[in-house]
Design a protein around this ligand. Sequence first.
Ligand SMILES: NC(=O)c1ccc[n+]([C@@H]2O[C@H](COP(=O)([O-])OP(=O)(O)OC[C@H]3O[C@@H](n4cnc5c(N)ncnc54)[C@H](O)[C@@H]3O)[C@@H](O)[C@H]2O)c1
Length: 352
Amino acid sequence: MARPVNFGVLGLGMGMHHCTAVLNAKGANLVAVCDHDPKRLKAGVETFKVPGYATWPELVKDKKVDAICIATESGTHTRFGVEAARAGKHILMEKPVDVSLARIRKLQDEVKKAGVTCGCVYQYRMDKLNIMLRKAIQAGKMGKVIGAHIHLPWMRLNSYFEGPHGTWRGTWKLDGGGSLSNQGIHCVDLLQWLAGPVHSVCGFYGVFNHPIEAEDQAVAILKFESGALGTLYTTTCANPDQPFHLYMYGTKGSFSRRGEHLEYYEMGSPKDRERMRGMTAKMTKCDSAGLNPLALSTAGHTLLIEDLVKAIHTKREPAITIESAKHSVEIVTAVYQSARTGRAVEIAKLRG
Ligand SMILES: NC(=O)c1ccc[n+]([C@@H]2O[C@H](COP(=O)([O-])OP(=O)(O)OC[C@H]3O[C@@H](n4cnc5c(N)ncnc54)[C@H](O)[C@@H]3O)[C@@H](O)[C@H]2O)c1
């Protein structure tokens, strides 16, 4: 049997969920945590009973550590990722890979050069219902996809943007934007994972109800490479907040999912429809957190850690590669660029 992979976790906000996920994952050990906030480090060490480092160089140099979960502010991810790869460590990168496409490309180069494995977090892709919907779309049960739409009407209180770990949120530099680049990017990724890559976008955004720099509401029209059209809507101002709403239309069928619930599923044979409705009634579980960002299940992260462990042992690609996680950042970047310039933006033009 292969030796367990020893994980260290950098950043003990969302990183606390990574620690739990590592402990729950088969084939993974938690061997160290790291945060330069002493209170968070103490909480991490006491909760998980592992050694704690106050500085990143101590973690990345630790010979016991095989893989590092990176859960720091989004605009810092690839800096740590590049250093981890150069130190020969495998990586699990929180979403988004980074807020800069140039830095993401740099990470791709460094990971390839170092021969390490880097998996990325988009836990909606581990959700069983989403997996079943994707399989049905790919099996042609929807016919030709003509429309793909997702709305995320969430709420974040002002306190979310305050305090020692709040002020980076809603900034261009470290969060890459606001409701779209932070919360909404899960939905952007899900939409493109189901409907295929996006060709061009037309977007608008603004700040409506928070003291932040970037945006707390964004909207975009999408044209997919397949020719399908779609819409994207995100906010952190909705009061009361609502679960995400995903709906897709095809020439032979359509479905609608709102949070945990499949609202309707009119695709495939009558037997297919019956089976899907029956199964989803029992098992839909989406790792989303509306008003409370910490009300997040760790199930999706656990599966991603188990996947990374298998990818390391078998030298295969992880379930979510940097390349496949990059497209959501391209779409978000295009929405913001379109809103600033008042023109539609072709994704291919961002690729340099
Ligand atoms: N997958 C999800 O559903 C999900 C949910 C929440 C957050 N996230 C992502 O997780 C990342 C972190 O978000 P968060 O809300 O936990 O942020 P946070 O600010 O609460 O936590 C980041 C932590 O990293 C630590 N840190 C930063 N630089 C460091 C360094 N050089 N050395 C040691 N520690 C350092 C900070 O002290 C802080 O404790 C973001 O990229 C965010 O997008 C993902």
